[in-house]
Write a protein that binds this ligand. Structure first.
Ligand SMILES: Cc1ncc(C[n+]2csc(CCOP(=O)(O)OP(=O)(O)O)c2C)c(N)n1
Ligand SMILES: [Mg+2]
Length: 386
């Protein structure tokens, strides 16, 4: 196969036609036929299908809004919905979720509202973090969801801390920690997996192997072709799941959560998938990868696979799908319209929530800033707030 950039030969990633067959766990084949026993009942599959479609529509809308300059930054999970929701749905609501980059949907799944999510994306005055956090990094304390950290892999040792606390308190909670394939090449990966295994912590490691770390293909950043194989060095189970198969991800993640809860220690699950979109809105994948491969991966889109299964079982139809998409899209647009009207936080908020009262230094800085803003305003230099 020809490749536009010879620095990245095609064999550094896995095209869909070369997917391994012997160690890839599936419940649904790419056509949506059952090849294993699902754990979920029909109602639960229909609900997760709705959640995945909603996430796709949110991503589509946010990507458009970013291109229109209405939000600053966005990272989508397009193509990885089965990996995110298949695993998040395997947990109890009080289990901890420690996300990597693309799992904000898991927080929405737990009840964080669209309004709260959009407020955070805008960093407006209704945003809990008052715009102090990067867009797309929602806070989820009330939902046992840790704010994602942009620093690759540093959530892995942190997850050990949560799991150790839970173990000491005997609270029966599981910690599910997400990471990308790129994160497995960081030192924190070793630190976290080693500690969790030695301490037999109740952790489920979910590695979404989307085969790219921004522009670096997986074969160029990891000598191991299988991320799950890395579990062997820690003496824990490592399982490789078709990451586009909702039913398989849910089943394997549920089994791992049950092991963790029973005190049997961590499991590493690799969800083999493909990043169908750009890394974030700051990226253009056409510059470094062969998008013909991406086109072929679209045929394995997890949403299409679940939908085909539901339709073949007589549980769903194209008409119901269209109606559901229209309804969800209308909700997304309506909430956005309301939230976009909320003004930015007052400038003084920069100095708040650090000390009970502003220090003399902060007061001085605030007065200086205020003077500067007045001067800029008089010169017509202040940008109108959204
Ligand atoms: C320690 C560190 N190094 C580099 C970066 C820049 N960076 C942000 S995302 C990313 C790639 C992450 O790849 P992966 O772990 O596979 O996750 P994916 O984006 O594919 O979901 C990199 C290198 C960072 N945020 N932190
Ligand atoms: Mg990756």
């Amino acid at each position: 196969m020809s490749h536009p950039n010879p620095t990245y030969p095609a064999q550094d990633v896995c095209p869909p036609e070369d997917l391994p067959t012997e160690d890839l766990i599936r419940v649904l084949d790419p056509q949506g036929n059952l090849v294993g026993e699902p754990l979920l009942d029909d109602e639960a599959i229909l609900e997760l299908h709705r959640v995945m479609v909603r996430q796709r529509l949110i991503d589509d809308r946010m990507l458009t809004l970013q291109r229109q300059g209405r939000i600053g930054f966005y990272g989508a999970c397009v193509g990885q919905e089965a990996a995110v929701f298949g695993s998040a749905s395997a947990l109890e609501p009080t289990d901890w979720i420690v996300p990597a980059l693309r799992e904000a949907g898991a927080l929405l799944y737990r009840g964080f509202t669209l309004r709260e999510y959009f407020n955070q994306l805008l960093g407006n005055n209704a945003d809990i973090t008052k715009g102090r956090q990067m867009p797309c990094h929602p806070p989820g304390h009330d939902y046992h969801y840790v704010t994602m950290s942009s620093v690759i892999a540093n959530q892995i040792p942190q997850a050990c801390g949560l799991a150790l606390a839970g173990k000491l308190k005997q609270d029966g909670r599981v910690t599910m920690c997400f990471m990308g394939d790129g994160a497995t090449s960081e030192g924190d990966f070793h630190t976290g997996l080693n500690v969790a295994t030695v301490q037999k912590l109740p952790v489920v490691w979910i590695c979404q192997n989307n085969q790219w770390s921004i522009s670096t293909p997986v074969g160029r950043q990891s000598a191991a072709r299988s991320m799950a194989a890395k579990a062997k060095g820690y003496g824990i189970p490592g399982l490789r799941v078709d990451g586009n198969d909702l039913l398989a991800v849910h089943k394997i993640a549920s089994e791992a959560a049950a092991r963790a809860r029973a005190g049997e220690g961590p499991t590493l699950i690799e969800c083999l998938t493909w990043r169908l979109g750009a890394h974030t809105t700051s990226d253009d994948p056409t510059r470094y990868r062969d998008e013909d491969v991406t086109k072929r991966w679209w045929e394995l889109d997890p949403l299409g696979r679940t939908r085909r299964y539901l339709i073949a079982k007589g549980l769903w139809s194209d008409e119901q799908e269209q109606a559901q998409q229209d309804e969800l899209d209308a909700e997304i647009r309506a909430v956005w319209t309301e939230v976009e009207e909320i003004p930015a936080p007052p400038l003084k908020a920069i100095f708040e929530d650090v000390y009970a009262e502003m220090t003399p230094q902060q007061t001085e800085q605030w007065e200086s800033l205020e003077r500067n803003m007045k001067w800029s305003d008089a010169k017509g230099l202040v940008r109108k707030q959204h």
